[in-house]
Design a protein. Structure first.
Lengths: 163, 296
């Protein structure tokens, strides 16, 4: 098994979940996931062994996502592929039944955020990257990360309150 | 909903984080995507076409008028007799005035193109020669290994040639050419569009599929397999028209391509189980329509 194969084994699931958090439509998530790996293969020779592959991989993913234009990977319609997928989502959320709508609202609010805010939220809350790591991934100052995070939360609160 | 607090938002985000939303659903090769408005692209294309026609018509009209105005035809005159018996110059119809004597008297003026003459020239005879199109059509339809979408789930077999005319009308501009088909190299292009995909591998065949919704227009689609380091597998000659896949009519149709591993010959020996390969679909311009990863 090559190094790359090992990385695929290690990070496929992680990356897939991240793509699903970024994209409203699971089909978009599939595209983003596949594109990220395809680009990782192309650029793997440039990856410095011994550095953090996960961060490198997520950088590719985030760049693909945010540089892909407004519409790509960015279906605005929140859709589940079918009822099974919706059921899976509902069952996956560790919440009481009466609270389940809050998560659907949260998902909808998250996915309505502009890409740059969505990425910061996803990296910080869902992937546990530090502010410094997010700063490296997005190639922006830490202060800007903080600012975007704050703005993203404000937007989320506003959208959730207006639901 | 009442105003949400910071704490509430944090707890929601935390719970969302720990949810198992990311568990990958199985990819169903037979699945057709569901869209709110699947014909958006077609509508945009139609609107663009109409707009282009309108612009074209406007440009035509604008360019036509100056041609008449900037080269005014001195209205020829002809003697006319007035009531009192004197002769005066009265303009006559331009078309009636193109005579040898008249042009001889205006040797230095621009060629007189009167509106009536101009409009008489406008009809383009090429539009009224459908038989010339027929003569230009390829005499034999190209073959393609297209398979229907439902084939994707069945055991893959080597693609059988299919007549192009079964799936799309022949393009009059698609003239047979002896020029070799130039295949794009692995690093030539950035990934352009991606598509939904399925791939599977049997002992005999590698197959890929791309759904048409992300293909740009009609036309041929090329399919090729690459090793992990980007080396195209197989002899290029093997990726001739036999391996072309064509788009199907309909929005959701799937373009599939199969490749018999036996054709990889020597390359096959270099591939080990578990190796990473990619396959790619290209359009005729070499643009990558879809690049997908697969594990051998």
């Amino acid at each position: 098994m090559t190094d790359f194969d090992r990385y695929v084994e290690l990070y496929s699931r992680d990356l897939w979940r991240f793509c699903l958090k970024l994209c409203a439509d699971s089909r978009d998530a599939e595209d983003l996931y596949q594109d990220t790996w395809a680009k990782a293969i192309e650029k793997f020779k440039r990856f410095k062994q011994g550095t953090d592959f996960r961060k490198w991989l997520f950088t590719i993913c985030v760049n693909s996502f945010k540089d892909s234009g407004k519409s790509k990977y960015n279906s605005t319609k929140l859709e589940f592929r079918d009822n099974d997928e919706k059921e899976r989502f509902l069952l996956s959320v560790p919440a009481d039944e009466q609270d389940i709508d809050s998560y659907i609202d949260l998902r909808r609010a998250l996915l309505s955020l502009p890409k740059k805010y969505r990425v910061v939220i996803a990296l910080f809350y869902f992937k546990d990257f530090s502010l410094k790591e997010i700063s490296d991934i997005l190639d922006i100052p830490v202060g800007t990360v903080n600012s975007r995070l704050s703005t993203a939360k404000k937007l989320l609160k506003r959208r959730l309150s207006h639901e | 909903m009442s105003k949400i607090t910071d704490e509430r938002l944090e707890s929601l985000l935390e719970a969302y984080h720990t949810s198992k939303v990311g568990d990958a659903p199985e990819i169903d090769p037979t699945r057709k995507p569901v869209y709110v408005f699947p014909y958006k692209r077609q509508v945009i294309a139609a609107a663009s076409f109409i707009l282009a026609l309108a612009v074209g018509a406007a440009v035509f009209l604008l360019t036509r008028r100056p041609a008449v105005l900037t080269a005014p035809v001195p209205l020829p005159t002809s003697p006319a007799t007035s009531v009192d018996g004197t002769q005066s110059l009265i303009p006559t119809e331009p078309s009636a005035s193109v005579s040898g004597t008249q042009t001889a008297s205006e040797p230095s003026s621009a060629p007189a193109i009167s509106p009536s003459v101009y409009t008489a020239v406008v009809p383009d005879e090429s539009y009224s020669q459908p038989e010339s199109y027929a003569a230009d059509e390829p005499s034999a339809p190209r073959v393609t290994p297209t398979r229907s979408e439902t084939d994707v789930t069945s055991a893959p077999t080597q693609a059988q040639p299919t007549s192009q005319t079964e799936t799309q009308p022949p393009d009059p501009s698609d003239e047979p050419t002896d020029e070799p088909i130039v295949y794009p190299t692995y690093y030539d292009r950035e990934l352009a569009e991606t598509a939904k995909w399925v791939n599977y591998l049997s002992q005999q065949t590698v197959s890929g599929a791309v759904q048409k919704r992300l293909l740009t227009g009609e036309g041929r689609v090329y399919f090729r397999i690459y090793a992990f380091d980007g080396t195209p597998l197989g002899d290029e000659d093997l990726f001739s028209e036999r391996n072309l896949a064509y788009t199907q009519d309909g929005v959701y149709d799937t373009v599939t391509a199969s490749y018999w591993l036996g054709n990889l010959e020597d390359d096959l020996a270099k591939i080990r189980e578990g190796d990473m390969l990619t396959y790619r679909f290209f359009n005729e311009d070499g643009e990558v329509l879809c690049a997908k990863l697969m594990i051998f």
